[in-house]
Design a protein. Sequence first.
Length: 131
Amino acid sequence: MTAKKEWIDVAVDALNKAYVPYSHFPVGACLVTKDGKIYQGLNIENASYGLSNCAERTAFFKAVSEGEREFSHLVIAGHTPQPISPCGACRQVMAEFCEPSMPVTLVGDNGVQKEITVEGLLPYMFTDKDL
Ligand code: THU
């Protein structure tokens, strides 16, 4: 199995673990560090809806809280015919921790894929260089 196929499997597996009693819209993520470690993310909702955390940010916060700072790839999976597009908040978190050229793979049902980069998702991004 290629590394990328493994990352996709990790993101798709997260769809089964997502805590989505309100939206019934599971999202999965697989965040890969530059030294090849993987962190799985899934969305976690709350009865107070606005507290819900997206799959991508779950993966970043797991990794960053373990001391990781350097990432090489992100896979995002949706249980949808076409790949889902990450929300604006998650794009800004990607901008914080990833190089603009970092690849992001979006995956839908039946393996439908779209390849993009962090900068492709968030052009003209606000970063520490603006401070
Ligand atoms: N969601 C994610 O997990 N990632 C995204 O990029 C888009 C939205 C979640 C949030 C909420 O639990 C559900 O999808 C519906 O919005």
